[in-house]
Write a protein that binds this ligand. Structure first.
Ligand code: GLY
Ligand code: MN
Ligand code: MN
Length: 470
C-alpha cells in the first residue's frame, strides 16, 4: 500500500486501486485542434529575438504555480515574455532558442505534456491532471503553437549536456531551470531588456487584442456606473465586484487590482482595498482594466461626481486635469519624443497650480524644480500591453528617452491629488483626487484614442451620469 498524505483521510493507495485507476480510459487525443491565430505573429517575434542574440542559447520560462498554503495555489499567470514569444499560457514550460551554425536559432517549446495513464501521476497529488484539468499532449501543443515541442522534464538534462553553449535565461521565473544553467547576471539582464523592447511596438494581432480589452473595459465601466446606487447603499466593493464580473465574463480577469476610490481615497494612488463608503457629494475615481483571454490589458480611469453633478471646486480640478490630458493627447504622434506628452500635461498642471497659488511661480521655474509633483504625484503615462506597465525592462534610450512609433500603445493619465491633511490648500480642496486615463494607439498620422467610448469632458460625464440614473 503506497502511503497517503499527512492528515489525508485515506491511509494510502492499495495496489488494487492503483491498477483500477490505470485502466478503462478512452483515447482522448484531440486531432481537431488547429494552429492558434497568434502563432505566426509569435514566430515573427521569435525571429526578432533570434536576430539579437546569434550563437547563444536563450531560455524564456513560463513560471510555476505559487503555493498559497498547503495544497492551495494562487491563480497562475505566465511570465509575459513567454506569452509574447509563444502565445502559450501553460505553467512549468520554457521556450528555448538553440543557436544554429548560420547564426539563426531553432525554437523549441518545452512543455509539461498531459499525463499518461500507465502510472499514478495523473491522479495523485493536487497538481495532477485529473485534479487540475487536462493539459495538451506534445502533438497537440505542437499543432496549436506552431512550434516544435518537447517534454520539459528533459530540459535540465539537455541544458547540462549542452553546458558549453553560451546561454542566457530570464531570471526570477523558474528557480529549478535557473539552477540548471550557468549564466551571467548582466547578460541575462540584457535578454530581459531585449524581450521588453520587442514589446514596445505592437503587431496587428496585439492591437486587435488591446481593442478587445478596451471595449470590454468600456462595458465594465458602463455596468459599474449603471449600478452606482447599489454602491452608495453598500460600499466601493460593489463597484469592484460589478467590474470584475464583466472582466471574467468577457476576458480572463482584471489586468491589475481595480482602484474604486470614493471620497478622499481618490488621493491614494494605489487604493485597492475598496472597502470604503460611496457618498453622494464626493467624487469616485475608478481605475480598472479588463485583461483579455490572451492576457492583454486595458487601463482606464474616469472620475465621476457620485451625485451626478460636480461641485464648483471639483469641476475646477476636473477641467484642469482634462485640459492637461488634452495637451498630452496632442503630443502623441509618430516621431515625437516619448516624453513630450508627459511634459505637456505636467506643464499645464504646473501652470494651474501656480495660478491657484498652491506652488510658487513662475511656471517655468516651478516646472523645472518639479514643484507640481506634490499634487500630480505620478508620471503621466506608460506603455500598455501584456503588462499594465508594459515593457518595464526596456532601456531608457528605447523607451522614455526614445520616440513614438506607429503601433505603440500608451496611457495618458494626468491627475491632481489634494491630500486630506494638506494644510497648503483651502479646506474645500482637501480630499479631492481626479485622474482621467485613456489608452492611445500611435498611428501613422497621429493617434487613436482606443477608449474614446467613455465620456471625458466634465459636461459629458454629467450627461452620462444623468442618462445612467435614468
Ligand atoms: N492602474 C495603474 C495605472 O494607471 O498605472
Ligand atoms: Mn490606471
Ligand atoms: Mn495607467
Amino acid at each position: 500500500m503506497a502511503k497517503g498524505r499527512k492528515n489525508g483521510l485515506y491511509g494510502g493507495v492499495s495496489e488494487e486501486l492503483s491498477a483500477l485507476m490505470r485502466t478503462g480510459w478512452a483515447d482522448t487525443e484531440r486531432h481537431d485542434l488547429e494552429q492558434a491565430e497568434q502563432a505566426p505573429y509569435a514566430a515573427a517575434r521569435r525571429a526578432a529575438l533570434s536576430a539579437r542574440f546569434p550563437g547563444e542559447r536563450l531560455v524564456v520560462p513560463s513560471g510555476n504555480l505559487k503555493v498559497r498554503s498547503n495544497d492551495d495555489t494562487y491563480p497562475f499567470r505566465p511570465h509575459s515574455a513567454y506569452v509574447h514569444m509563444t502565445g502559450d499560457q501553460a505553467r512549468d514550460c520554457a521556450l528555448v532558442l538553440e543557436p544554429r551554425e548560420d547564426g539563426g536559432h531553432d525554437a523549441y517549446g518545452y512543455v509539461l505534456p498531459r499525463d499518461g495513464r500507465d502510472d499514478d501521476t495523473f491522479w495523485i497529488g493536487y497538481t495532477a491532471e485529473l485534479w487540475m484539468g487536462r493539459r495538451l499532449s506534445l502533438a497537440e501543443a505542437e499543432r496549436v503553437l506552431g512550434l516544435a515541442c518537447r517534454d520539459v522534464r528533459e530540459l535540465p538534462g539537455r541544458l547540462a549536456a549542452g553546458a558549453d553553449v553560451p546561454t542566457r535565461i530570464v531570471r526570477g521565473v523558474d528557480p529549478a531551470l535557473e539552477a540548471a544553467v550557468t549564466t551571467d547576471e548582466e547578460r541575462d539582464t540584457e535578454l530581459e531588456d531585449a524581450l521588453s523592447e520587442l514589446r514596445l511596438v505592437k503587431d496587428a494581432w496585439e492591437i486587435g487584442e488591446l481593442r478587445k480589452a478596451v471595449d470590454s473595459t468600456v462595458r465594465g465601466f458602463t455596468d459599474a456606473i449603471g449600478d452606482l446606487s447599489t454602491a452608495v447603499a453598500t460600499s466601493e466593493r460593489w463597484i469592484e465586484g460589478t467590474f470584475f464580473r464583466r472582466a471574467r465574463l468577457e476576458g480572463n480577469s482584471v489586468g491589475y487590482g481595480s482602484i474604486c476610490a470614493a471620497g478622499e481615497h481618490a488621493t491614494i494612488m494605489h487604493w485597492t482595498s475598496n472597502d470604503g463608503p460611496v457618498r453622494p457629494g464626493e467624487l469616485l475615481l475608478f481605475d480598472a482594466g479588463v485583461e483579455t483571454h490572451s492576457l492583454y490589458t486595458a487601463d482606464v480611469t474616469r472620475t465621476l461626481p457620485i451625485s451626478g453633478t460636480f461641485t464648483p471646486v471639483q469641476r475646477q480640478v476636473y477641467d484642469a486635469v482634462y485640459e492637461a490630458q488634452q495637451a498630452g493627447f496632442d503630443a502623441v504622434k509618430p516621431g515625437a519624443p516619448y516624453r513630450a506628452f508627459h511634459e505637456a500635461a505636467q506643464r499645464h498642471l504646473a501652470a494651474k497650480l501656480v495660478e491657484w497659488g498652491f506652488i510658487e511661480g513662475p511656471v517655468d521655474r516651478a516646472y523645472e524644480l518639479g514643484l507640481q509633483r506634490r499634487f500630480t504625484m505620478a508620471g503621466t503615462g506608460h506603455m500598455l500591453g501584456l503588462d499594465v506597465h508594459d515593457c518595464a525592462s526596456a532601456r531608457n534610450e528605447e523607451y522614455v528617452d526614445g520616440v513614438l512609433v506607429p503601433g505603440m500603445v500608451l496611457t495618458v493619465e494626468p491627475g491632481l491629488y489634494f491630500q486630506p491633511d494638506d494644510l497648503t490648500v483651502p479646506a474645500e480642496w482637501r480630499g479631492i483626487g481626479v485622474r482621467i486615463e485613456d489608452d492611445l494607439l500611435v498611428t501613422e498620422t497621429g493617434h487613436e484614442n482606443l477608449s474614446a467610448g467613455l465620456p471625458r469632458t466634465s459636461a459629458e460625464v454629467e450627461e452620462w451620469m444623468a442618462r445612467v440614473a435614468g
